[in-house]
Design a protein around this ligand. Structure first.
Ligand code: G
Ligand code: G
Ligand code: MN
Ligand code: NA
Length: 259
C-alpha cells in the first residue's frame, strides 16, 4: 500500500510506538525528564523516519489526530511515574509541530488531557522549534501563555538551527533552550568543529542563564562531551551516552535510582 493509506489505517488502529529518552541533570545524572519520540513501522516498507511521516500527516490533515495520540499516551505514562514518585518523577517532553501550535484548540486540548490522565501541568514540557515560534501570530502566543500560566513548560527545540531572530524569546513564556545535537557533535577534542562549536555552545548557555532559562544539550554521545558540558555549566543533557530512546520502564527504573 502507499504511505498515505498506510498512515491512515495505522491511525485508525493506533498502530504506532513511542520511545522515551531520559533528559538528565548533568551534576548528578538524575533523570529529570524524558522526551517522547514517535515511531511508525509500515507493514511493507518497514520503519519510516518521523520527519517523513509527520510531514505526510500534516499534508493529509492528520497531524491533529496523531498529535493527540502522542500527547495522551505520553501524559498517561508520565502520570504513572507521578503517582509512584510524586515531584521526584521525570516530566514528559512532547514535540509539537508548527501546525499543531497553530491549532486553535491547543490549550484546551492539552489542559483537558492533563486533567483526564491526572498529570500536573508542571510535569509536561512542550518542545517547539524556532521556526514554529517565529512569526506574529497572536493565537499561538496566547495559547502558550495560557499553558505556561498553568505550569506547562515550554522548550525551544533544536535551538541555534532556525533563524537568528531571537525576538520571540522576549514575548513567549519559554523556560528552556535545547541545543541542537549538531553543535554538540563538534565538542569532541580533535573534531574539526571544536573551536566554533565550543564558542556557540558557551554562548547559548550564557544566553539561557542570562534570561533565567535552563539549557539542555542534545545528542550527547560521549563521556568527554558530557564532562565538558557539565564544566561549562550546562544544566541538562540527553543522548546516547546516557540512554538511547527506549521503553518507558527504563525511565521509571532510572528515576527510582536503581540504574
Ligand atoms: O528519534 P528521532 O528520529 O525521533 O526524531 C526525528 C524528528 O522527529 C525530531 O525532529 C523529532 O522532534 C521529531 N519527532 C519525533 N516524535 C515526534 C512527535 O511525536 N511529534 C512531532 N511533531 N515531532 C516528532
Ligand atoms: O529534533 P529533536 O531534538 O526532537 O530530535 C531528537 C532526535 O535525536 C531523535 O531523532 C533522537 O532519536 C535523536 N537522538 C537522540 N540522542 C541522540 C544521540 O546521542 N545522537 C544522535 N545522533 N541522535 C540522537
Ligand atoms: Mn525534540
Ligand atoms: Na532537538
Amino acid at each position: 500500500s502507499t504511505l498515505s493509506s498506510g498512515l491512515r489505517s495505522a491511525l485508525q488502529r493506533g498502530d504506532f510506538a513511542l520511545r522515551y529518552q531520559p533528559i538528565v541533570r548533568l551534576t548528578d545524572g538524575v533523570p529529570i525528564g524524558a522526551e517522547v519520540l514517535l515511531r511508525w513501522t509500515h507493514p511493507e516498507h518497514g520503519p519510516i523516519a518521523p520527519e517523513i511521516f509527520i510531514d505526510l500527516a500534516e499534508e493529509l490533515g492528520l497531524i491533529g489526530q496523531l498529535g493527540r495520540w502522542v500527547l495522551t499516551r505520553g501524559c498517561r505514562e508520565a502520570a504513572g511515574w507521578y503517582r509512584e514518585l510524586g515531584d521526584q518523577a521525570p516530566f514528559i517532553s512532547v514535540n509539537l509541530s508548527a501546525r499543531q501550535l497553530h491549532d486553535v484548540g491547543l490549550a484546551d486540548e492539552v489542559l483537558r488531557t492533563l486533567d483526564e490522565v491526572g498529570l500536573p501541568a508542571h510535569q509536561l514540557q512542550l518542545e517547539l522549534t524556532e521556526s514554529a515560534l517565529l512569526g506574529p501570530a497572536q493565537g499561538p502566543a496566547d495559547a502558550l501563555e495560557v499553558l505556561a500560566e498553568h505550569g506547562v513548560r515550554v522548550a525551544v527545540d533544536d535551538f541555534g538551527t532556525g533563524y537568528s531572530n531571537l525576538a520571540y524569546l522576549r514575548r513567549l513564556p519559554v523556560r528552556e533552550l535545547k541545543i541542537a545535537g549538531a553543535f554538540i557533535e563538534g565538542l569532541a577534542p580533535g573534531h574539526p568543529g571544536t573551536p566554533a562549536d565550543r564558542q556557540i555552545v558557551a554562548s547559548v548557555i550564557a544566553l539561557a542563564h542570562g534570561l533565567n532559562l535552563t539549557v539542555t544539550a542534545e545528542g550527547v554521545e560521549t563521556q568527554e562531551q558530557a564532562q565538558l558540558l557539565r564544566s561549562m555549566g550546562c544544566d541538562h543533557a540527553q543522548g546516547w551516552w546516557f540512554a538511547r530512546p527506549g521503553d518507558p520502564e527504563v525511565i521509571s527504573r532510572m528515576a527510582r535510582g536503581r540504574d
